[in-house]
Write a protein that binds this ligand. Structure first.
Ligand SMILES: Cc1cc2nc3c(=O)[nH]c(=O)nc-3n(C[C@H](O)[C@H](O)[C@H](O)COP(=O)(O)OP(=O)(O)OC[C@H]3O[C@@H](n4cnc5c(N)ncnc54)[C@H](O)[C@@H]3O)c2cc1C
Length: 403
């Protein structure tokens, strides 16, 4: 099992790391607190990235991206996501990146010309609107939002929340029930809704652990009130919404894991820096204390073990596809989210009161990345899914609802 990177990729990773450290770190504190107020500075950085030929690394060259393979892109994410703004500045942030992927794979030529191209070049933003306050997101086949056909149009009604980046987005890709009588996995479709369509109501930006955020860096509650869009706005076949969501989620979970690794790496770096420079007595650094050393060593060991497991899973996806690596994808999703949370917690502990402030990115990561154990499948859902797969060969068949 070898995880060496080619010389070309190493050069790209080094160049990206230098840019993230030299150009993004200095503005990240201000920009994550006031995303909209930092729009100009962020736009200038994005222009620099484009000029360096490093824009939208995951998208094909003919669309204006770098055309990196899944594995190479995953490695790049591990560098870019050391800053909360790295992926945004390089044109591959969630949820746009996932939306680009599904528009590229399932969009018609008209949909791609209208929305994929501007999404890839960064001139519009998007969101993915699936979760609902009144239905358990852990059962994605159970939705209250409906899209009823009326001639050449769908009429959409529903209530969504935690639609990331909806504030200021140009389009929403909405999961809605189009075929209520079909089997559960064939009931919903994904439909593109321009956010200036009458009936698209932005209710509020939701405060997440005390922070509302703004623009791309926020999560919204939405209502769809008799929203009418042409049937041609549907992505893929009618009833294929769940299948498309699965396509998006498999590799997407690896990207989340690479992001979690990047954040853990940054936290380990910050904890070492602080341990080496914070004096607890004249001439006596915090890092001379054994309790602090243990936190650093545990973090290093856990991070490296998690990283190898993620790389191994990514290679398995490359060889056998996401369905051939289902168990591993679930394992790394909950394992790495928890590893990150522990490492962030230790980094905050070592920083003392400073760790609780927004003078380092640790508190922001801690607040926002806690959600890593909930979105894209809560820990418990992945763990029970793994156990179900492992128990099968022993003759115990358990359905997804535990029956
Ligand atoms: C920061 C953030 C960003 C998000 N962004 C988006 C987005 O852009 N678009 C979007 O559509 N959604 C988004 N979501 C929503 C996310 O996908 C859902 O929160 C997630 O699917 C869980 O659904 P739920 O919140 O309804 O929790 P529920 O389904 O109500 O589950 C609550 C808890 O119950 C437990 N649980 C659930 N099912 C099981 C089970 N089978 N076995 C054991 N325990 C179980 C788990 O602990 C789970 O956390 C986001 C969420 C967060 C926090």
């Amino acid at each position: 099992m070898g995880f060496d990177v080619s010389d070309d990729l190493q050069q790209l990773l080094d160049k990206a790391r230098t840019f993230v450290e030299a150009s993004i770190y200095p503005i990240e504190q201000e920009a994550i607190v006031d995303f909209e107020g930092s729009a100009q500075k962020l736009a200038a950085l994005r222009a620099e990235v484009k000029a360096m030929g490093m824009w939208a690394p995951q998208m094909p060259r003919e669309l204006g991206g770098m055309g990196l393979s899944f594995l190479d892109h995953a490695r790049l994410v591990e560098v870019l996501a050391r800053s909360p703004l790295g992926l945004y500045v390089f044109g591959c942030p969630a949820p746009d990146a996932g939306n680009m992927e599904i528009l590229h794979k399932f969009g018609t030529a008209e949909q791609q010309a209208k929305w994929l191209r501007p999404l890839v070049d960064g001139s519009i933003r998007s969101c993915f609107s699936m979760t609902e306050p009144d239905h358990a997101g852990s059962n994605p086949t159970w939705l209250g939002t409906t899209a009823v056909r009326d001639g050449d149009e769908y009429v959409i009604n529903g209530h969504k929340w935690f639609t990331t980046s909806a504030d200021g987005a140009d389009i929403a890709i909405v999961m809605a029930v189009t075929n209520p009588d079909a089997p559960p996995h064939l009931r919903a479709s994904q439909i593109i809704v321009p956010t200036n369509t009458p009936g698209f109501v932005h209710v509020r930006r939701i405060s997440v652990m005390g922070e509302e955020g703004s623009g791309w860096s926020s999560h919204s509650e939405l209502r769809y009130e008799n929203v009418r869009v042409p049937v041609s706005n549907r992505l893929g076949a009618e009833g294929a919404g769940f299948m498309i969501a699965q396509e998006r989620l498999g590799p997407g979970r690896i990207h989340h894991c690479m992001r979690f690794l990047a954040i853990s790496q940054r936290a380990l770096h910050l904890m070492c820096e602080r341990a080496a420079t914070r004096m607890v007595a004249p001439g006596k650094a915090l890092g001379t204390k054994q309790a602090v050393q243990l936190m650093i060593a545990d973090s290093k060991a856990e991070l490296d073990a998690a990283r190898l497991y993620v790389y191994d899973t990514a290679e398995k996806i490359d060889r056998h596809g996401a369905s051939g690596a289902r168990v591993e994808i679930s394992c790394v999703k909950f394992l790495v989210a928890n590893t990150m949370q522990r490492i962030l917690d230790r980094a905050i502990q070592i920083h003392g009161a400073l760790g609780m402030t927004d003078d380092t990115p640790l508190a922001w990561f801690f607040r926002h990345e806690r959600a890593g154990r909930i979105f894209d499948g809560a820990d418990e859902v992945h763990r029970t899914s793994v156990a179900r797969q492992l128990l099968k060969p022993y003759g115990l068949e358990i359905g997804s609802q535990g029956k």
